[in-house]
Design a protein. Structure first.
Length: 190
């Protein structure tokens, strides 16, 4: 009954219209649309015709090989910290912060781009845990589906859409660079 629940929902995502469902936990209604107000996974309660966004929680400590989703808290040159919200698609409320590992040679060989910061503050990023040594969590963007999954324009806050190699703001036309995940802009329910 809730086959969509593996899809990650991002705040603001449209889930349904009010004619279809009642807005439940983790949602809000605006202009007749039910939208998410939290990161999570969607649950459709068809019996009560209610739609909710829930966080599946994990107590897991990030370990090498885990895939995390987090939000960039600071991004200066090659010093990028990411607040971890999901570990292997389950929510983590432990407040872990990982450091993104960015070697210049990796940047150059894998992405054809040099000396560019791959993400900005506020972006949602999918990354792989490269190591966790005494809770110093090192993250990498080198896995095939890693990269920025959601970002907004740093000038106006508008939606950034993917073009060939960049992201472009639909509001003001500003062009920005990110290392984007293959599913950038599609990390939500269909
Ligand atoms: Zn803009």
């Amino acid at each position: 009954m809730d086959g969509d629940r593996e899809h990650l929902i991002i705040p603001g995502d449209k889930l349904a219209v009010i004619e279809e469902f009642e807005a439940g936990e983790g949602t809000y209604v605006k202009d007749g649309a039910i939208r998410a107000n939290t990161l999570g996974v969607v649950h459709k309660n068809l019996a009560e015709r209610k739609i909710e966004v829930k966080r599946r929680r994990t107590c897991r400590i990030p370990a090498a090989g885990d895939v995390i989703i987090g939000q960039v808290e600071s991004a200066q040159a090659y010093d990028i910290s990411i607040r971890i919200y999901f570990i292997n698609n389950e929510t983590s409320q432990k407040g872990f912060v990982g450091m993104l590992l960015l070697r210049e040679d990796e940047n150059r060989s894998n992405r054809g781009v040099k000396n560019r910061i791959p993400c900005k503050v506020g972006d949602l990023v999918r990354a792989q845990v490269a190591a966790n040594v005494d809770m110093i969590i090192v993250l990498s963007l080198l896995c095939s589906n890693c990269g920025v999954i959601y970002a907004v324009c740093s000038l106006c806050g508008g939606k950034l859409v993917k073009t060939d190699t960049r992201l472009k703001c639909v509001e003001c036309g500003n062009v920005e660079y990110r290392v984007v995940a293959p599913d950038y802009g599609r990390v939500k329910i269909p």
